[in-house]
Every structure is written in C-alpha cells, then in structure tokens.
Write a protein that binds this ligand. Structure first.
Ligand code: ZN
Length: 249
C-alpha cells in the first residue's frame, strides 16, 4: 500500500435505510475525499430509496450486502429472522425502479486504491460474519491487498495479522486508531454500522481512513434516533427493530 497520498476516505457500512443517521455521518465526513460503503444499504430501516439517493449524490463507491441482494429477490430470506424478513418484504415493496437498478449494479467484492471492500468477508461476501481471529485468519488468502474492509456484524472492530497468520482481534471504541504504516502484515477493519449499531452504543459508527497519515480512526456520530423510529412506526415496521435503535443492540 502506498501512503503519502493526500486522501481521506470515509468507510461506511450497514446503513440499513436509516437516512437520519446517514445524513449526520455524511455531515461529519463532509471533507473526506471519498466515501466507500460496504453494503446493507437497505433493509430494516424506513428510508431505503432516500439512502440510496444520498449515497449516489455523495459519489459513494459501494459493494452489495445480503439485504441488498434479498431486496431484489436474489437471496432466499428463509434464513432471515421474522423481523428481518418482515422488514425485507416492506423494503422490496417500496423500492423504486431506479433504486433497484442501483442495487443490481453493485458487485460483491471490489478493490479501491489497494483496499479490498466486501460486506461479510472476502471469501463469503454475503453471509460470513467475521467475529473471531480464527475467521479472520481463514480469510487471509482470499484478498490480495494489505487491508480488507468488511461490515455485516454491525460491530466496530479490527483484526490484525501479527505477521505469522495469527490475528489479534479488538473492539474499536470511539476514537480508536490503527497506525496503518506500522502494520507488518494484513488486517481486516470493520467500521461498525451507520444505521443499526449492535455494540451497545446507539450512535452511528464509521471509519475514517487518512491515507496520507496512514491512520484509521473509528468515529461515532449522534443522530436523531427518534426521527428514524417515528418513520419506522409510520411504516409499521417491527417493534423490536424500532426499539433496538435506542439500545444499540
Ligand atoms: Zn447489516
């Protein structure tokens, strides 16, 4: 990886139709040169079309998540829990032709400026949850770049190869940084979720990559949770999905 480029990239994942959260995050990273989105743009949340429009306006580069594929009818949702499946039926019903076209254009994996982008993991981009060092290690030979950016778990985290194929895993609290220029081997970084955090902190989570300084910083942003919850009630989305936004679980 070549550092020294004066480029700052905001890495977002799992926006899940939460426009209020996305807008605050895009404000927070307004001076970033690029936005990369790791999928699950829609599903669960009340504003899927508006979220897609906002990402397109910002010129975001994105890959597909399992919810994005399911919304197009391309994935069997029998593996989804009842709430997720109910929200998916609603989401599929409200997506515009333009939004469908956008979701259909997304790849499962792509490489941007020598960074691999995937939703779940590079070896199984739509389904695998990387939560342990063993899983991170099993993905080592499935990406060629130094860094792989993943989402899907909704938990801000980092998996760093010690240099011998054994990964160290860490939760990434707000303000946590990784000095990329000091990495001796590969790493998988997870920005956490913009629209439905599940690490006990309800604030929207994302990752800022400063390619000039070689620093990755995890950030949290307050957003009007009640606004999203009111939109979800209006759309008759499942109660449990509404409540969990306040808890960050
Ligand atoms: Zn998700």
């Amino acid at each position: 990886m070549v550092y020294g480029e004066r480029v700052r990239v905001a890495v977002l994942s799992d926006v899940h139709g939460n426009l209020a959260a996305l807008e605050r995050v895009l404000d927070d990273c307004a001076d970033a040169d690029a936005v990369w989105c790791l999928g699950d743009i829609v599903g669960y949340g009340p504003r899927p079309n508006e979220v897609i429009d906002a990402l397109r306006r910002r010129g975001a580069v994105a890959v597909a998540g399992n919810h994005d594929r399911a919304a197009l009818g391309l994935l069997d949702i029998s593996d989804f829990n009842t709430d997720a499946a109910q929200a998916m039926v609603w989401t599929s019903g409200v997506l515009t032709a333009k939004s469908r076209e956008y979701l259909a254009s997304l790849e499962n994996v792509r490489v941007e400026r020598e960074h691999t982008l995937a939703h779940g993991s590079p070896r199984d981009p739509l389904w695998e949850y990387v939560t342990t060092p063993t899983q991170a290690s099993a993905n080592l030979n499935h990406f060629a770049t130094r860094l792989c950016l993943i989402g899907h778990t909704h938990i801000a985290s980092a998996f760093i190869d010690r240099g011998d194929g054994v990964f160290l895993a860490t939760y990434a609290p707000p303000g946590f940084t990784v000095d990329l220029s000091q990495l001796s081997a590969k790493a998988l970084l997870n920005p956490g979720s913009v629209g439905q955090p599940r690490d006990g902190n309800p604030q929207a989570s994302y990752l800022l990559l400063d390619l000039a300084a070689g620093i990755a910083t995890w950030r949290r942003v307050r957003y009007p949770i009640r606004e999203t919850q009111a939109q979800m009630r209006e759309a008759h989305l499942p109660r449990r999905l509404i409540d969990r936004l306040s808890l960050g679980r």
